[in-house]
Design a protein around this ligand. Structure first.
Ligand SMILES: [Fe+2]
Length: 388
């Protein structure tokens, strides 16, 4: 893809990344490096119920552990952030170690704000509201998908108001991300596939976004290559440490790409079926990606040729105006092999709910980055109908 001389962008990704098997057990060094003495682990209920990971991290922290806050649920909520901050204050936490997927990480981003600033979390909704560094935060992801360990975004649900709050602030970028393949080995094949496709969508969306830029393009293309090669292997054998590690790297760099270049129509539509019908974020993205590629095909030919190359397709003879269609078919072939559902009707979305989701998607913040202007809910509805 080429850019012209008017190119103008910022690429910002200051999070220190540590990679390797068992590196999570060296978390104490990272706490010390940050000059902290009381690390609160923030994790979710399932992880503490079904694995010994949070306890192992606590043991690894030794005297620097301030305890475990394990009340995080699937959709992180303001009330959970409030409870976590209260607990953090009680135990004198001066840094956070989030262990889990997107919800645990985003909850910790919220707790980081309240521990530093106090007050109400709702006061910090929006973009670049914070004026100083927040509570230091180390992330240990247990899924390879969200990339939240390197993004400046947190999405936290206000259950009382029934809406999702968006926090976009450079001061909530985690300080350290520890990518330890051992932390993802227990993830089920289905969740491995779904979260992996979230990462795939981050990479492709960063490339077709209106805010696309060359550094993000470069890492997004590498993420696509890695996901194409290693996601099927991680799904087939969760103990394949090479595949698990490469997927963590892919999710991480795709996170760095979209944190700078943004996501677009796929995420806008996925957020809405997630909010309205609780469809898993990665699954929703996976199902919606092909019709969105077709929708954007006439303006993204060159971009999608690059995507196809990264997917290992010989693009000789494929014209730019055909690339979106071919890419959509390739994604369907890929997700079918992963055993993922192909239709919104297969994941609990009723046909009569599509109209409401279309209205909702039109007001989603991601849609403004789509390379093709979408101003009518009927356009969104057509994409949903293709995916239904
Ligand atoms: Fe996502």
């Amino acid at each position: 893809m080429l850019y012209d001389a008017s190119l103008n962008f910022i690429f910002w990704c200051p999070t220190k990344v540590v990679f390797g098997q068992n590196t999570a057990l060296d978390v104490v060094m990272e706490v010390e490096n940050l000059g902290c003495k009381r690390a609160l682990i923030v994790t979710d209920r399932d992880l503490i119920k079904n694995t010994d990971i949070p306890e192992r991290i606590k043991k690894a922290l030794g005297k620097l552990s301030a305890g475990i806050f394990s009340d995080v649920e699937a959709d992180s909520g303001v009330h959970i952030v409030n409870q976590g901050a209260k607990f953090g204050k009680e135990v004198g936490a001066d840094c956070l170690v989030s262990v889990g997927g997107g919800s645990a990480i985003d909850t910790a981003k919220g707790i980081a704000i309240l521990l530093k600033e106090g007050g109400k979390l709702q006061d910090y909704v929006g973009f670049q509201i914070l004026t100083r560094p927040q509570t230091p935060h180390i992330v240990i992801p247990t899924t390879a998908g969200t990339g939240s360990e390197v993004t400046y975004i947190a999405v936290i649900k206000d259950h009382e108001e029934g809406r999702k709050l968006l926090f976009g602030d450079y001061h909530i970028l985690p300080n350290v991300a520890i990518l330890d393949p051992r932390m993802t080995e227990g993830l089920s094949p289905r969740l491995t596939a779904a979260t992996g496709m979230d990462a795939m969508c981050h990479a492709i969306e960063a490339m077709h976004s209106l805010q696309r830029e060359p550094i993000a393009d470069g890492i997004a293309l590498h993420a696509i290559r890695l996901i194409k090669e290693f996601l099927p292997k991680a799904v087939e054998n969760g103990k394949d440490m090479l595949a698990r590690g490469q997927m963590l790297i892919a999710a991480n760099i795709a996170g760095g790409a979209f944190s700078n270049a943004q996501v677009a129509v796929v995420h806008a539509l996925a957020h809405s079926v997630g909010a309205r019908f609780k469809v898993h974020h990665g699954l929703a993205n996976s199902i919606l990606l092909p019709p969105c590629l077709r929708y954007n095909a006439d303006v993204c030919g060159e971009v999608y040729l690059d995507v196809l190359s990264a997917l290992g397709v010989n693009i000789e003879g494929i014209q730019p105006d055909q690339a979106g269609e071919v890419a959509a078919d390739k994604i369907i072939e890929f997700t079918m092999k992963l055993g993922l559902p192909q239709r919104l009707r297969d994941v609990g979305v009723p046909e009569e709910g599509l109209r409401e989701c279309s209205e909702l998607a039109l007001s989603d913040g991601a849609i403004i980055y789509n390379p093709k202007l979408i101003s009518e809910s009927t356009e969104v509805l057509q994409i949903y109908q293709q995916a239904w």
